[in-house]
Design a protein around this ligand. Structure first.
Ligand SMILES: [Zn+2]
Length: 97
């Protein structure tokens, strides 16, 4: 929205410009703004189905590749560690974990 970094504050993430995003009960943060902010997320059944599917290893090669990129080997092709990783729209945080 403004490009400033978000920092934890109580049960939300805030930027120096005053943008504020609540941390949901499930631990995720919805970064939507305006009229789209009140979109209903996935149901518990939908999340459980996704966890079951991802837990079955069907996306194992993708998960392994993402982990390789997130934790680059020193001298490898992806540069130094310390970059920010944004897991957006992925639902369960499976790949981030
Ligand atoms: Zn901001």
């Amino acid at each position: 929205m403004c490009g400033h970094a978000l920092h934890p504050a109580d049960r939300s993430l805030r930027c120096p410009a005053g943008h504020d995003f609540d941390v949901g009960r499930g631990g995720y943060v919805n970064l939507r703004t305006g009229r789209t902010r009140r979109v209903v997320g996935d149901s518990a059944v939908m999340v459980a189905a996704r966890e079951s599917f991802l837990g079955g290893g069907h996306y194992g090669p993708l998960t392994a590749r993402l982990a390789q990129i997130a934790h680059p080997v020193p001298g490898g092709p992806f540069g130094p560690p310390g970059r920010v990783i944004l897991d957006i729209g992925a639902g369960t945080g499976h790949h981030l974990a």
